[in-house]
Design a protein around this ligand. Structure first.
Ligand code: GLN
Length: 562
């Protein structure tokens, strides 16, 4: 795996407030006689418009009553995004089942309250792998295996199987990329065919487009939307609703124009206006009649508003009485999407504490004058990371936080950095390191997991997914989780070397959570400091608006106490 891999977590129990979380299996069992409803979301004009958030927002409105299952289809040939650089692709989201998936699954889990599965992320890498296996097995004996119908049938069967296995009421089907991309054509074609398969009363198509406001004319232009809908219609899909992303609300005249060209009623053109908080989007959609449109198309009705969600989002968009600054010290800071879930976990704390959290990005691979940079910083997060670039910068940052008692949260690599710093500067083990960076170090305080030693393949082979930890009573971590056990998601190959557990503990580092067999350090803390916590896991992945991740909650609380 490349030097620039990143990881990203699980649902904490107790500690903050109880959040209803659906398990992997159906919670609200679907009435068997009711057909599954399909909402297909496609995108046009350009990438990066927030199709995942838009789809998750529609789902959020339905999830108060129905079991909504998201499926995301990506066009790339990687089996999963685990082998991609986060600077290029954004965060790799990790699921309980260990699947490494597209970061849109973060939005789905946060907006729908479901625990997603690896199977729900199709990639052309996975699709072609299965086609090839089936061909070699002889499933198509005597036939010429073709993109249509064989690949499209495989895709449709995959979607239908998920709907069946999960007892879904509604499938939210997000097609990756932008209409017209070669690599997504087969998903679009399969989505078109679905109308005939499931009946037109059971499927609707939503198209997200972009309405630019060019500086020289200073008025919103609908042409790209018209052209992108034309591309979609050439492929046989006639959208039932248009979500038009624009940095200003669309006026009635423009909605009318888009409606005329795209063959929908004006009420079916929804203004997807830029917002400060993505959590407001479901409410914005609802205000413009999104639930009515879904009801008209799919006969899904009697939806109740999620009142707790509305109250929290209102609190988020109101002016907060206090503010703090949290520094994120990493090496993928040029693309904030690389740390998407870390940012979201902090946003959840904003709502919980009614505080504005300003983020300060510190690129650790650059040279730093920490005294100057840390002015006004209330707390620090060192997030996950891989490889040697930026490691010494992270260790310097940990040292600064320990020596100045700045609240610190280390996530995965951030825990390992804290252990290395403690070994070097408190235990006196000069040159201590992780063998990921220095294979020859005299003091390998962080070393490769034994089961990882024989692994040579890079894809999907890290220690991945949810693992439980036993928490030590009387520790900060135990108090935050409010439980003797915590289960969080992992994505790593290295661990605190058991040969150094004793020396670290003798010098005052507390292992506040360990694997049930006691061999792996999952949580650490320094009880002499106000808040100095690290975890080998990625708790940011299970944080949600209704239940912020306990360790983030603890960090923000400590920052506020200063
Ligand atoms: N590179 C470290 C490991 O593999 C940490 C990984 C991470 O931060 N996700 O153990």
């Amino acid at each position: 795996m490349g030097e620039d891999e990143i990881s990203c977590g699980h649902a904490p129990k107790g500690g903050v407030s109880e959040r209803p979380r659906a398990s992997t299996k159906a919670t609200a069992k679907r009435e068997s006689d009711r057909p599954v409803k399909w909402i297909v979301v496609t995108g046009g004009v350009l990438s990066g418009l927030g199709k995942g958030v838009a789809a998750a927002s529609i789902g959020n409105l339905l999830a108060t009553k129905y079991r909504v299952i998201p499926i995301k289809c990506d066009g790339y040939l990687n089996v999963d995004p685990g082998t991609m650089n986060p600077i290029e692709h954004g965060e790799v989201f990790v699921l309980d089942d260990g699947g490494e998936v597209d970061m849109d699954f973060g939005h789905y889990e946060r907006f729908l309250g479901v625990t997603c599965r690896f199977e729900w992320n199709l990639t052309m890498g996975k699709v072609y792998e299965r086609i090839r296996e089936a061909e070699r097995r002889g499933d198509y004996l005597g036939k010429t295996v073709q993109l249509i119908p064989h690949v499209t049938d495989l895709i449709k069967d995959w979607w239908k199987r998920i709907a069946e296995e999960e007892g879904a009421d509604v499938i939210l089907l997000e097609i990756g990329g932008t209409v017209g991309d070669i690599e997504n054509e087969l998903y679009i074609e399969a989505a078109r065919q679905m109308k005939r398969d499931v009946g037109e009363e059971n499927i609707m198509y939503v198209h997200l487009t972009y309405v630019p406001v060019p500086e020289h004319v200073n008025e919103p232009k609908s042409k790209p939307t018209q052209q992108s809908v034309t591309l979609l219609r050439e492929r046989g899909i006639f959208p039932d609703a248009i979500l038009a992303r624009c940095h200003q609300p669309l006026d009635e005249r423009l909605k009318e124009k888009i409606a005329t060209f795209c063959d929908v009623t004006k009420e079916r053109v929804i203004s997807a206006v830029d917002v400060d908080s993505v959590y407001c989007i479901p409410i914005k959609f609802a205000e413009q009649g999104m639930t009515r449109i879904v009801d008209e198309e799919l006969h899904i009705n009697h939806l109740e508003e999620n009142k707790e969600w509305r109250a929290l989002t209102e609190r988020m968009s109101a002016k907060h009485p206090r503010s703090i600054t949290v520094a994120i010290a990493g090496k993928y800071t040029k693309l904030e999407d690389s740390y998407a879930s870390v940012i979201e976990a902090l946003r959840h704390c904003e709502a919980a504490f009614d505080v504005k959290i300003d983020l300060k990005w510190i690129e650790v691979s650059d040279h730093h004058d920490l005294e100057r940079e840390m002015k006004g910083v209330d707390g620090v997060i060192v997030p996950g990371g891989f490889g040697s670039r930026g490691v010494e910068g992270k260790i310097d940052m940990v040292r600064y936080c320990r020596e100045h008692d700045v609240p610190y949260l280390g996530l995965c690599y951030g825990l390992q950095m804290a252990v290395i710093e403690f070994a070097r500067n408190v235990c006196g083990l000069a040159g201590a390191n992780t063998t990921e960076v220095d294979g020859q170090t005299k003091y390998p305080v962080v070393d490769i997991l034994p089961e990882q030693k024989k692994i040579t393949k890079k894809g999907g082979t890290m220690r991945l997914g949810a693992y439980p930890a036993v928490l030590k009573e009387g520790t900060t971590v135990h108090a935050l989780y409010g439980s003797d056990e915590a289960s969080e998601r992992h994505r790593h190959r290295y661990e605190v070397n058991p040969a150094y557990h004793q020396v670290l503990e003798e010098h005052g580092l507390v292992f506040s959570g360990v694997s049930p067999d006691g061999t792996l350090v999952e949580f650490i803390e320094n009880p002499e400091l106000r808040y100095f916590v690290g975890t080998q896991a990625h708790p940011e992945l299970k944080s949600s608006l209704l239940k912020p991740a306990p360790l983030f909650y603890g960090l923000v609380k400590a920052c506020l106490k200063q």
